[in-house]
Design a protein around this ligand. Sequence first.
Ligand SMILES: Cc1cc2nc3c(=O)[nH]c(=O)nc-3n(C[C@H](O)[C@H](O)[C@H](O)COP(=O)(O)OP(=O)(O)OC[C@H]3O[C@@H](n4cnc5c(N)ncnc54)[C@H](O)[C@@H]3O)c2cc1C
Ligand code: SF4
Ligand code: SF4
Ligand code: SF4
Length: 388
Amino acid sequence: MRTEAEAGEFVNVRLPIFLEQGFSCLEREVVAERVCCLCGTCAAFCEKIKINEESRNELKPEFVEEYDTVCGLCYAFCPRTFLPFSELERRIFGVARASEAREVSEAREASAEPLGVYRSCYAVRSKKEKGDLEGRVQDGGAVTSLLAYALEEGVLDSAVVTAADEQWRPQTRVARSYEDLKAAAGTKYTIYPSVLGVKEAFEEGCESVGFVGLPCQIQGLRKVQTSEQPYEVGKEKIKLLVGLFCMENFSAGLLEFVSARLEKEGLDLAGVKKFDIKGKDLLISWGASGGVHKIALDEIKEYESEGCSVCTDYTAELADISVGSVGSEEGWSTVLARTELGEEVVKGALEKGFVEVKEVEEKGLGLVRRLAVRKKRSGSGGKAGAGI
Ligand SMILES: Cc1cc2nc3c(=O)[nH]c(=O)nc-3n(C[C@H](O)[C@H](O)[C@H](O)COP(=O)(O)OP(=O)(O)OC[C@H]3O[C@@H](n4cnc5c(N)ncnc54)[C@H](O)[C@@H]3O)c2cc1C
Ligand code: SF4
Ligand code: SF4
Ligand code: SF4
């Protein structure tokens, strides 16, 4: 029988250190299988991979050079090649769930918790320049305000966010100030390789980088942070990961569909203030008039991104802080602080008056859990239980 230390070593082998796998392996196992979620991690850490507009629409990161050095980084970092959740949790949080808890000496009482590992949960609302943020942020403005605190207090020197142009096409930005953060507030429901913004931040000389993104993007960056390989990729500069809850995302075609629909009413995308998904509808809020245009989710099913079909992570289980709208009342965000740093940021933001917090009601948290379980089931073809 293995000793505890040997069991630990055995488990670690499942997160490979150096794989002689090139882009062709990634292409065969992820891109050709149509499970690429376009997180952008492969292209963010290798100059030889590009994701331009065309490859974005096709969900096809492309190898753009003659010779592949087969260093294995893209394969090792991609969240779709292998994703040993328990081992990643062990490395990030020092704890694991029920299936692994026996093997981890310092593990707290772990349970088959569909929300993953977390220390505390709050309903959070921005207090910073409240009127100023109103109408700009998606829910409680928790993401914008927590990052504003982290920038202002020097926890971070930058935060990679996903803004949008006039036509609601997503664009990454390296935010250095509250003004930059404010300009990127609000949800963009089209798939975009936001992890590429981390590369921009490194190129701009940032040393303490925060990142806000979707669960798949957080998975990619956690693999970067936790993998052991012989290359300098700057992973020590990635300091804080804020993950968003996510049930699904849509292809760029959604914007064309919405634009055509709005045109019939003499409206256009440039006038849209906010997109939101509530129940079974996509809600499009109109700026000046305050009107809301509704499109049933059934009508836009064909735009659901193919790479989302295998996704089992609703609440960004590997983030430092996860934020979503479900679980709290209108105008508040549900926030799960998962790591020590995540909890420090939420508490610090509260102490310095950036946010106000209250308890999340058990009923609200129950709904988040049910949705998390539903996603685990649908993403694993109906096979998974709540404990994975
Ligand atoms: C595609 C998508 C699907 C979502 N699905 C759900 C869901 O099913 N249930 C749920 O409860 N919540 C969901 N959310 C999260 C929710 O819409 C809010 O983002 C969250 O509640 C935070 O609100 P806030 O007011 O605190 O954020 P804000 O202060 O408004 O800040 C929002 C931040 O999100 C970032 N962002 C916006 N769009 C993207 C994007 N496409 N990719 C990466 N980063 C982005 C921006 O950089 C900004 O910093 C989803 C978000 C996205 C982007
Ligand atoms: S050089 Fe490395 S990271 Fe880049 S494509 Fe080849 S194997 Fe992937
Ligand atoms: S899932 Fe992310 S890392 Fe994997 S191939 Fe697609 S863009 Fe690259
Ligand atoms: S459903 Fe999963 S794969 Fe799709 S955007 Fe959300 S986190 Fe990424």
